[in-house]
Design a protein around this ligand. Structure first.
Ligand code: KG4
Ligand code: ZN
Length: 336
């Protein structure tokens, strides 16, 4: 049987990425050009700058991905591209590029949902993982508890009502002067702090056990910092980081375990940028072990935005017959 080669393209936020994926599970190349250094100057992603940089980088990133995989456009079976959700101007760069290649080379085009990509990142290093399973997607833009019923078939159990988990990490990091992106920096600093030093609230959403809310927690941290300043009390940043991180992790684990108890999954996965958080991984691992269910997570490089995950998701969509036309458009608020 012939191998199926998919070129994945991702440009929904601040990474320009391309990857060649073989048979949906083997990553032949994974090229990521990050704009983090540029956006750092502004404390967050500036959409206009992101679009411009994507345009400058995308051809080079795709060329590198093909070279690294030792293939040409003629060897490909399809092009998969993120078409939402994300920043519209950023998404459009990847979508336009994918359409151009599809048209020029007469290759099938497959539009991929960014969150489906994040979930699919788990297939790369876990050949045994197959649906059905449950997955917690936690990134800078999303916090979703999802049932993966089958490849390409999802049911959302809950999501955030306000800030995404990664957004809370980034905002708290900024408040304690750690800079952007804050997640990895809080993760590191928290290792030197006491997670029990400060008790921050764990918000629940009434009548929606699987929904999340992180804006109250973020405000509680800001109020705590202001209170210290007013009372001239010293702020131990490492304790703030550790206590805040614990509040986020506790809620994420608690809600996930409720879902496992109610639906009886025997496999649980995490995905998205925050899935590389060391405290979250440890707590989930332990909670799943206690319940006797298998826990999956991607390596950090496949947690944050990348195109390999889009190539993987694109492969399963391709097998299912999903085809996008040359009228494919970016959909900034695309639903799963
Ligand atoms: O998946 P991703 O690259 O982009 C989105 O689709 O949003 O996730 C980026 C987010 C940022 O908010 C970043 O602070 C967070 O993931 N993040 C982390 C860690 N690494 C990245 N948050 C907590 N701990 C980490 N180690
Ligand atoms: Zn993402």
């Amino acid at each position: 049987k012939k191998d199926i080669l998919i070129l994945g393209i991702e440009s929904s936020c601040d990474e320009t990425a391309a990857s060649v994926v073989k048979n949906g599970r083997t990553v032949l190349s994974n090229v990521i050009s990050s704009q983090i250094e540029l956006h750092k100057l502004y404390g967050g992603v500036v959409p206009e700058i992101a679009s411009r940089k994507h345009i400058e980088k995308i051809n080079q990133v795709i060329t590198e991905a093909l070279e690294e995989a030792n293939v040409t456009l003629d060897d490909l079976d399809a092009i998969a591209v993120t078409y939402g959700p994300g920043l519209v101007g950023a998404l459009l760069v990847g979508v336009a590029e994918a359409k151009a290649i599809s048209y020029a080379k007469n290759l099938p085009l497959v539009g991929v949902h960014h969150i489906e990509g994040h979930i699919s990142a788990n297939y790369i290093e876990h050949p045994d993982l197959e649906p059905p399973f449950a997955c917690l997607v936690v990134s800078g833009g999303h916090t979703h508890l999802v049932v993966v019923k089958d490849y390409g078939k999802y049911e959302i159990l809950g999501c955030t009502r306000d800030d995404a988990a990664g957004e809370a990490f980034d905002k708290v990091a900024r408040a304690i002067g750690l800079g952007y992106p804050g997640g990895p920096k809080i993760d590191k600093l928290a290792k030197e702090g006491n997670p029990l030093a400060i008790s921050f609230p764990k918000a629940k959403v009434a009548d929606a056990p699987y929904d999340f809310s992180f804006s109250g927690l973020k405000s509680a941290v800001l109020n705590y910092l202001n209170g210290c300043k007013m009372k001239n009390q010293p702020i131990v940043e490492a304790d703030v980081a550790a206590s805040f991180q614990k509040a986020v992790v506790d809620v994420l684990v608690e809600h996930s375990m409720w879902a496992i108890d109610e639906y009886g999954f025997d496999k649980f996965a995490i995905a998205g940028g925050v899935a590389s958080n060391s405290a979250l991984r440890m707590a989930m691992e332990e909670a799943c072990r206690k319940k006797g269910i298998k826990f999956y997570h991607p390596s950090p490089i496949f947690c944050t935005d990348n195109a390999a995950m889009i190539g993987v998701a694109g492969y399963y969509e391709y097998l299912a017959g999903t085809r996008s036309g040359l009228d494919l458009n970016a959909v900034p608020n695309l639903k799963l």
